[in-house]
Design a protein around this ligand. Sequence first.
Ligand SMILES: Nc1nc2c(c(=O)[nH]1)N[C@H]1C(S)=C(S)[C@@H](COP(=O)(O)OP(=O)(O)OC[C@H]3O[C@@H](n4cnc5c(=O)[nH]c(N)nc54)[C@H](O)[C@@H]3O)O[C@H]1N2
Ligand SMILES: Nc1nc2c(c(=O)[nH]1)N[C@H]1C(S)=C(S)[C@@H](COP(=O)(O)OP(=O)(O)OC[C@H]3O[C@@H](n4cnc5c(=O)[nH]c(N)nc54)[C@H](O)[C@@H]3O)O[C@H]1N2
Ligand SMILES: [Mo]
Length: 779
Amino acid sequence: MFTSAKTSLSVQPEKLVDSYGRVSDGTRTVFGYCSVNCEGRCILNFHMKGDELVWVESDRSIDDGADARQIRACLRGRSIREWINHAERLSYPLRRVGPRGSGRFERVSWDEALDLIARNLARVVETYGNEAVYINFASGVMCANIMGFLHRFMNLYGGCLDGYGDYSHSQIDAALPYMYGARDANTPSDVRHSKLVVLFGDNSFETKMCGGGGSVHLKDALAEADVRTIVIDPRYSETAANCADEWVAIRPGTDGALAAALAYVMIEEGLVDAAFLARYCVGYDEDTLPSSAPPGSSYKSYIMGAGPDSCPKTPQWASATTGVPVDTIVKLARTIAAAKPCAICQGKGPQRHSNGEQTARAIAMLAVLTGNVGISGGNTGSDFETYRFFEGDVPGPDNPVAAAIPVFLWTDAIARGPQMTAAEDGVRGVDRLRCGIKFLWNYAGNTIINQHSNINRTHDILVDEDGCEFIVAIDTFLTASARYADVVLPDLMPVEQPSLIANDWAGDAGYVLMNSQYLPARGERRTLYWMLSQLAERLGFGEAFTEGRSEEEWRQVIYDQARAADPDLPPYDELLEVGVYRRDNPDGAHVAFKEFRDDPEGHPLDTPSGKIEVYSEKILADTAHFVLRDDEVISPLPVYAPLTFEPGTADRERFPLQLIGYHHRSRAHSSYGSLDTIKERARHQLWINPVDAVPRAIEDGEEVEVSTAFGRLLIEAKVTERIMPGVIALGEGAWHRADMEGDRLDRGGCINTLTSSRPTPLAKGNPQHTNCAQVRKAG
Ligand SMILES: Nc1nc2c(c(=O)[nH]1)N[C@H]1C(S)=C(S)[C@@H](COP(=O)(O)OP(=O)(O)OC[C@H]3O[C@@H](n4cnc5c(=O)[nH]c(N)nc54)[C@H](O)[C@@H]3O)O[C@H]1N2
Ligand SMILES: Nc1nc2c(c(=O)[nH]1)N[C@H]1C(S)=C(S)[C@@H](COP(=O)(O)OP(=O)(O)OC[C@H]3O[C@@H](n4cnc5c(=O)[nH]c(N)nc54)[C@H](O)[C@@H]3O)O[C@H]1N2
Ligand SMILES: [Mo]
């Protein structure tokens, strides 16, 4: 039953045959999918006996073929039955009875829970205004038709404090538009035209690992053209293991120094693309500097030591900083410059550091120097783009509240809201917040505790009930975050309600999924829409909120709006019947800024000069009012900026190791993190090199204690040469488990016990990979 999936509707399997051709025993299948935020969205077929979910298989709406692939789930999606049927899944509304964070709750009725929420929301709005209400960043449910209802609800109720940015890519998002006018990149299929691919901290084979994820396209393209690949990462990552011809181990946070030295060799040896730099760029050398720039402030001057710091960025200089041998740097520069075209890419690891904005631009500069921007087989130096064609969301009025904070600063907005300003904290819409956050919504998010930096600090802020006065968590588990709520509500999962979801990262093969049958609701679990309708009713705007529509009817409104903008989408009923609509990128692959490359005058970039701004006057103008600390760097040039730390937390005698996080294959952040079967199959461990383990008498598999200035945790050690000496790594997302009224020692191994909440200078984003740590044998 092979169907070409260039653009296709795939029919749900009717026959009761599993993917091995076995006829199943009396089960019927219900179409479903995995909807967490791993950047894939994989198709699942639920085998039901009566209304019991008995087993789960992955996509078989089409057979794999030359043109199309099944959207096959990884181990996580295939384990979803354990989550759906988990004994600890929330089933009833809960009200806090112990102190905040104690985890002591009692079961209450829906009426009691909803009355309590409505009363507190009304009180907070009346006392402090709508600016005191905040919807926390959350990515647990990525459907087009679910979480948006919370924003619709608040906007109809007078609005709430807004948040901008995210925990994923705030730094690169803030930085690259200063160079290119936008953040854009080629899609992975395009690397089949490359001679060389250089991946800086891109671990696609783990972060885009599932059938819906783009690593499949990357792998195909690399294999097809036999492209040479170099991975630059402190770890020998899954990506290095899967596709690298060469692994260059680098000290975290120093990619900017490596990039500068590569530039030095290229300039010194005449290997840069001079014609490209002269025609398309501003500020590479003194001839193309904007008039406001002082002499000696070009990129070339900075690199060659003719700038204010008089320091040539030689391979010797960079080697001491990066840990990359001088010979490797020289060879790498020559290899990159000689490969035409060369795709230079970065994942989001390098930018999740305290100097992440400068690093993102410094890496991108290599693509500019070598003239690889705007061509097939090249790239912008940014992380790979994906093809998306479906953008649906819940309609509703705009937020009447103008004030917005960077999402990473929500704890600050509780602790010192009225002191937060545009100049110091990146507040937008107003110069200074009027009040702190007093009412916090947490729907499908674990960034209250688990995923936000410095858990011990967050705990101290949240236990003060005069700070944030009311917290609502809506989840499927009593997560580390939900434990801090005043009311916890049990949600239905997307596969238990009408839902609609598009791929988030599928390379060049996009798709939309919609379910027509839902798994049965158990206990007293309800949809978010139902909860908010009930609350709106209590607060006097029930009719305005629902407009008399059911969940299904709203889903159709959302879908039809998207279809009005994209008439090639199938009619709603047709998609409902078949479940999946696929559309491959009609261009095959995307080449970022191609029009600009082909015709720079006719298609200027969205920068002030219309060109690539190696020197950005705009970054200086936009941040002229910023109050920065002495060690923070926002430069008009993509210079190397060393990592920064909170004062007193980087004492190298106490904390001699650098600790980085990474996104682990066994979880999507904390999602799926409670399932025992997955934990057994991909263990949660601290990576440590033998050079660091041996003097500490740490053996592989032993329990160790990791500490930073912010906290301590226990974890099993993986002693391995897959990580460079001096650096340790811990997958993010493990479930925090500590006695917060006692020793606060985290026995769950959650990296955010150890991370800093000091924001980055430009984006005010999360520097969660920047940490100084110590390790010792536990006990
Ligand atoms: N399995 C799985 N997949 C996921 C997710 C998940 O939780 N689990 N989360 C999804 C989400 S929301 C996001 S935002 C993305 C995240 O995607 P990324 O942010 O790209 O993922 P990370 O693993 O944090 O970082 C990528 C690599 O950067 C390396 N790295 C860290 N610091 C540095 C550095 O200073 N220099 C260099 N060169 N490398 C460095 C890490 O070792 C890692 O191998 O992943 C998505 N995919
Ligand atoms: N140290 C460190 N911290 C990080 C990162 C890092 O690299 N290092 N990465 C950051 C990044 S990139 C991101 S995107 C964030 C992600 O942070 P979050 O968005 O908080 O992601 P999750 O941890 O997956 O939390 C999702 C929550 O949604 C819940 N959930 C799942 N399905 C449902 C449902 O159907 N209904 C409801 N109501 N709830 C549901 C899950 O149980 C879970 O509690 O983490 C950030 N934190
Ligand atoms: Mo993310």
